[in-house]
Write a protein of this length. Structure first.
Length: 197
């Protein structure tokens, strides 16, 4: 089993690799070259339809894909941290404890119910997986007595989470990130891991 410092080092390593992959993807896209990294994302099940989408949109999607990958990985990492810290403090039933604000628990339950009622495959059996990025931040702030030992500053965590939440919007809603926002995302991810003691 890894120690906490080893886990943090591993998370930093993974995020650094994602940022490097992003930079290489960008070079390939920007200069129209292939680096033979076998990293292309083929849309195999939609080969008949995908080419009918405008080339400019497909190029933009390819440019945005690495940002989605970075944010997806970061959000899953934060979700895992929340789960691990609260489970360690409260046991397996932590979700039902006073550690999770009632409003967040209720919203997550509603989202899960909507997915169940839609007849599609439900993304998870854990209600935490139905929380928004902002709600994750609220859970951390509400339980600062537990999370305070994980980070160097509560105010800094709030600031970085707010910045990341703002960057999440364009990524999640299929809008391109401006050059400055791409840099801000990279720096914010680094800031997040730097906050961890």
């Amino acid at each position: 089993m890894c120690s906490t410092s080893q886990e943090r080092a591993l998370r930093l390593f993974v995020m650094a690799n994602l940022l490097t992959e992003y930079a290489l993807d960008r070079v390939e896209t920007e200069y129209g070259i292939g680096l033979d990294r076998d990293h292309g994302r083929a849309v195999s099940t939609e080969e008949d339809y995908y080419p009918q989408i405008e080339k400019a949109i497909r190029v933009e999607a390819a440019q945005m894909a690495p940002h989605y990958e970075v944010f997806y990985s970061l959000e899953k990492t934060i979700r895992g941290l929340v789960r691990d810290v609260l489970e360690e403090a409260e046991g397996y039933e932590w979700w039902l404890s006073d550690r999770v604000p009632d409003q967040i628990r209720d919203e997550c339950k509603k989202r899960m119910r909507r997915e169940l009622d839609s007849g599609t495959t439900v993304r998870s059996t854990h209600q935490l997986d139905f929380s928004t990025f902002g709600e994750l931040g609220e859970i951390i702030k509400t339980n600062w007595d537990l999370f305070g030992g994980q980070f160097t500053s509560k105010k800094a965590v709030e600031t970085v989470m707010t910045r990341l939440n703002g960057l999440r919007g364009p990524i999640a809603h299929c809008s391109p990130l401006a050059e400055d926002e791409i840099l801000r995302l990279q720096l914010s991810v680094r800031d997040w891991f730097r906050l961890m003691e």
